[in-house]
Design a protein around this ligand. Structure first.
Ligand code: PBG
Length: 328
């Protein structure tokens, strides 16, 4: 099988043939759109560090979802932006809190046409910005897990289609599964961020959600980016505790991890193309240093190629519009 008998270019000359033998293809239904929901009405507040992204009040979130559905994006993940915060995040464990309220309204409007994933975490609701209850200057694992379980149950009761704990506490999947099952939500799946690295790529998100820790960092609970075997243990534990789909984040510079998890475990994976990855592309393309859509498509295909079944991305709507316009 040597040249000239073998010519790799033979399969590249014809566009139809190139398309026919593609390994991966992005379609709108692979994409999950992250939305920041804020209190109040009639507001759509730009997020400075994430050009093209906004904090939407619930009425505007509904309008946004209508547009997403028009372009075949049928799933979203919600983050809450609140003014009033407390020390533990327990303030979120209430059906009148912003995300439960948004889910109730969205579900009554869109029913099963829209799949709603609720991010489960306390950092958007604590005064100190950490993901849980602080005891002796650190996030206490077991105390935090009880709040997360309570938050999960409220979200499920309001109609969340899946729960995505992003806190990185040990044992939270087990406790959330138990409280869901005890309350007859055995059909509600859990999509934990099993592999969540402590990453500077979350910077713009923290600006958007006003959730930067007021002291210290998240290194005592999020993973060290110098490690890779640890990711396998995290996934193994979460699967044993009842995880249904594994979320991995960030995506772009962690594709080795996506591939590793895909090869080891027979489970669906969602990769999160996070805020910093988005903002890098946006700012470089604003300067015309790169061609935005070409770069975005290359990034999303690389994520899928490495083994992700679906992708959470702030680029999702732009991509879906592009795909529709070009009949892809
Ligand atoms: C909440 C949460 C974060 C992100 C998703 N869920 C922030 C963090 O852990 O600080 C980051 C997502 C992004 O950067 O787009 N815990």
């Amino acid at each position: 099988m040597n040249f000239p008998k073998t010519r790799m270019r033979r399969l590249r000359y014809n566009k139809i043939l190139r398309n026919m033998i593609e390994d991966t293809r992005i379609v709108a239904s692979d994409l999950i759109y992250p939305i920041f929901v804020s209190e109040g009405a009639g507001t759509k507040e730009p997020i400075e560090s994430m050009p093209g992204q906004f904090r939407y009040s619930i009425d505007n979130t509904i309008l946004l979802c209508e547009e997403l559905l028009k372009f075949n994006i049928n799933s979203i993940i919600l983050f809450g932006i609140v003014k009033k915060k407390d020390d533990t995040g327990k303030i979120s464990c209430n059906s009148k809190s912003i995300v439960p309220k948004a889910i109730t309204k969205l579900k009554s409007k869109f029913k099963d046409k829209l799949f709603i994933i609720a991010d489960v975490c306390n950092c958007e609701y604590t005064k100190h910005g950490h993901c849980g209850t602080i005891i002796e200057n650190d996030v206490d694992n077991d105390e935090t897990v009880t709040t997360l379980a309570e938050q999960s149950l409220i979200l499920a009761k309001c109609g969340a289609d899946a729960l995505a704990p992003s806190d990185m506490m040990d044992g939270r999947v087990k406790v959330i599964r138990e409280i869901l099952d005890k309350n007859k939500f055995e059909k509600t799946p859990i999509f934990p961020y099993s592999v969540k690295y402590s990453s500077a790529f979350y910077g713009p998100f923290r600006d958007a959600a006003k959730s930067s820790p007021s002291f210290g960092d998240r290194k005592t609970y999020q993973m060290n980016f110098k490690n890779s075997e640890e990711a396998i243990n995290e996934v193994k534990l979460d699967l044993n505790e009842g995880a249904d789909v594994i979320i991995i984040k960030p995506a772009m510079v962690y594709l080795d991890i996506v591939l590793k998890i895909k090869e080891r475990f027979n489970v669906p994976i969602i990769a999160y193309n996070v805020s910093g990855e988005y903002s890098m592309v946006k700012s470089a393309s604003k300067n015309n240093f790169i061609s935005e859509m070409e770069i975005v498509l290359e990034i999303l295909h690389s994520i899928k190629r490495s083994g992700a079944n679906a992708i959470i991305s702030y680029h999702a709507l732009d991509v879906a519009k592009f795909l529709k316009k070009n009949n892809v």
